[in-house]
Design a protein around this ligand. Sequence first.
Ligand code: HEM
Length: 360
Amino acid sequence: MADPQAARDVLANRSGDFRETSDFFHTRRGVFGPRSAQVETGRAARALLRAHLDARRGDIPGLVDGMLAPASAWPDAGNLLIRELLRDALLHPGTAPELTVLLDAVVDRAVLAGARQRHSPLSRAVFRRRTMRVLAREIRRRRLADTEAGAGAGVAGSAPRDLLDVTIRSGGPAAQPAELAEVYLSFLFATVGSIGFVLGWCVYLVGTHPGTEGTAAGFTVREAMRLWPVAWMFARTPVREHELRGVSVAPGDEVDVCSYLVHRHPDHWERPDEFVPERWAVPRHDPAFIPFGHGVHTCAGATVTVSLLEDLVRAIAQDRTLSVFPSGEAPLPGPALAPPRFTVELGGGPGSDSDPVGRG
Ligand code: HEM
């Protein structure tokens, strides 16, 4: 679906023509649920991330200096920066080192752009089995510890320490460890993967469009998400035969909403294929802008994500001098749409008088 209104109709699913779930909660074992557990998972994750980022906002300039200067290779650098910034939110500091090492390996083998192509299907299957086994073991261990600790007061009294606690507690006792592990991995992809890629697009677009580095970070983030939405395709499954804009669809079909096409619809956007961050200077709620989905399944982390990205864009593209050297030809499409490969040189910092060179 490329038509904005049709896309929203499919995602809103008011007539119940599609299976009611977002991609986020779609697991190999079916839909994670009940819906109340989904909603609570999203709410608790958002609260945890917001508290974590409020506490760590001051670390951003140091992380940018330490990880990106003087030069860095993107888009991986963006993912690894988010991994570092969210390290304790993904797994609290007291977690067994085995698990922390495993999570780094998952990032390396499954989250970074092009990672999947670097390993054979067999190697990926073996690694996935191991990941699920270790995560499921940790989930059982934490559940037991929660039960013991909560015999009197109940675990509801203690705040979740990380996104794995959030997933376990919001899922409730009926959830299988394997499905909880999958939902937890969805959080890893949403944070280290998606946020990292959007950051990559922002840096790439500012660096290749001289004169845009002074643009308000909020405009840059929105325009990058419009032009290159990392969540570029949402799949929906019809539960009954029906007509969709003149086409008959039935159970067994898959209807794909393509935000990339919606966001470039010429009836909604002037110069739809160009990077024009200033277009956001006029506040707009365009139906042809769905980077976080639409309807009841709209992304639970949208607000916290945008505010984090704005902080990062300010720290990288505005407080420093930025030079971008593209090395890859095309965007790297996967489940998420990653930018092409490029190198960034970061100069100076606040107060420096060095000039950027080599803008692509
Ligand atoms: C740039 C980063 C992100 C992008 C582009 C993004 C995009 C999306 C999109 C498009 C959906 C709807 C999918 C569908 O309808 O099939 C969604 C759902 C969701 N996202 Fe995000 N997301 C991002 C980051 C996050 C973060 C940081 C969190 C953590 C709280 C998060 C949590 C969720 C949840 C829980 C859902 C499912 C909502 C529901 O079904 O009720 N996302 N996201």
